[in-house]
Design a protein around this ligand. Structure first.
Ligand SMILES: Nc1ncnc2c1ncn2[C@@H]1O[C@H](COP(=O)(O)OP(=O)(O)OP(=O)(O)O)[C@@H](O)[C@H]1O
Ligand SMILES: [Mg+2]
Length: 407
């Protein structure tokens, strides 16, 4: 296919509320591909071609490619902005200089982005659409499926570091994702040293920091675009910040908002936490439908968990929300399961054996439930996951796409 036919073939009606204009065919396709993962943008090879398709007075977000970042073309852009004030213009450039920025702003461009990634581009489109009070139509393929009932939040917590919390959280989430018909998310709320994304070899391009930075603009589509997909299981992962210092950028309102948005398109949200009670962890525990309490089988860990259970009870956490998971079973020196249950006033839901398959799988960055599918560790985690899944003969939840909800 030559460049000319490619260009004439992509000109369409602006039905989604977003248009893309770029004279260079390759560049047009590249930006269209980025946008296409989130929104059905109509593509045009020139401003004239765009104008022919515009409905008078209808607001449209127009993304202009790098060809429009030069003086001569910016004059045309200025003319477009003057004659069609209902358009919201965004300019994408290769490199951002003060001259281009000033000229673009004078021409009426609302935002200038230098080589944006998919999420940055979508944020800008969403921001400009908000200003135009325009609900943009998402691409059908990429629209998150909204659940009719809010997803369940399962927070995994331990009162002692190194107990196996992240191993349980990551493998529980992977198992739920493989066995459930709906979307399953794993949120890494160990904001300083979270490692579930590394455990799953997930893409670290975005993290919870980006989701928090979106503030009130965070919606299912934007959040989904910030999450990494664990391909072997289909699990969606929102990683912890890449640097411990970024943890302070995330407050209780942010995690509350992120959880609420996750509930709209995920059936299950598994949350990994650090071994401490801080405001963010307490907010997450309070927002959870279930709390998986992980403990080793030695006196100090059990003592800490007993204190944690007392604190949760003082905070009016219903005991029915608490599930005890004991890890590192079968070492000869450990406490007896019944003694631990009696001390905590909770019955263990599963007991996970101590097994080298766990560190071996961690070193391969493959979850143990995939790396050692027949191991007793995997069987225990599967038994835990089954407690959160409906019986196989129960009907699947009715789901509908974001498109049908908006329609
Ligand atoms: N069932 C198991 N058998 C053997 N080793 C295990 C098991 N579960 C966890 N481990 C080991 O325990 C260590 C800590 O696991 P993990 O990172 O899940 O704990 P954590 O509670 O999340 O720790 P942190 O407080 O650092 O977040 C890992 O090195 C892992 O290999
Ligand atoms: Mg951990």
């Amino acid at each position: 296919m030559n460049e000319e036919t490619e260009l004439s073939g992509v000109e369409q009606q602006v039905s989604s509320g977003v248009a893309l204009v770029e004279t260079d065919a390759k560049c047009l396709q590249e930006i269209a591909r980025q946008l296409g993962e989130s929104v059905d943008a109509a593509c045009f090879a020139s401003l004239e071609a765009l104008r022919r398709e515009l409905a008078p007075g209808a607001p449209v977000v127009v993304v202009l490619g790098p060809s429009y970042g030069v003086s001569a073309e910016l004059e045309q852009v200025e003319w477009l902005a003057r004659t069609c004030p209902e358009l919201g213009l965004i300019l994408v450039v290769e490199e951002l200089s003060t001259t281009v920025l000033q000229h673009a702003m004078r021409a009426g461009v609302k935002d200038v982005l230098a080589r944006p990634d998919r999420a940055q581009l979508m944020w800008a489109v969403q921001r400009v659409a908000d200003r135009l009070q325009l609900a943009i139509a998402p691409s059908l393929d990429d629209a998150p499926h909204l659940s009719d009932t809010p997803g369940k939040v399962i927070t995994v917590f331990s009162a002692k570091g190194g107990s196996g919390t992240s191993v349980v959280a990551a493998n529980l989430a992977v198992t739920l994702a493989r066995r459930s018909s709906g979307t399953v998310a794993l949120l890494d709320a160990d904001l300083q040293f979270g490692d579930v994304a590394v455990m799953l070899k997930a893409n670290l391009e975005h993290s919870i920091v980006d989701a928090a930075a979106a503030g009130g603009r965070l919606d299912p589509q934007l959040l989904q675009s910030l999450m990494a997909r664990h391909e072997p299981s289909g699990l969606m992962v929102l990683p912890a910040p890449t640097e411990p210092a970024l943890a302070e950028k995330i407050g209780t309102d942010d995690v509350r908002r992120i959880i609420e948005v996750l509930r709209t398109f995920c059936d299950h949200i598994v949350v990994d936490t650090p071994a401490r009670f801080d405001d963010v962890v307490l907010t997450l525990l309070d927002s959870s439908d279930d709390i998986v309490l992980v403990s080793g089988m030695e006196v100090p860990g059990v003592k800490n968990l007993k204190l944690a259970v007392q604190t949760l009870r003082q905070l009016d956490t219903p005991v029915s929300k608490l599930s005890l998971v004991l890890v590192h079973a079968n070492t000869k020196v450990q406490m007896d399961v019944r003694d631990i249950e009696r001390a905590l006033g909770l019955k263990a839901k599963v007991v996970i054996p101590n097994d080298t398959v766990v560190p071996v799988s961690l070193n391969k960055c493959v979850p143990v439930v995939i790396d050692a599918p027949r191991s007793p560790v995997t069987r225990s985690i599967e038994a835990l996951a089954d407690a959160y899944l409906p019986a196989p003969d129960q009907g699947k939840r009715q789901r509908r796409t974001m498109m049908s909800r908006r329609a």
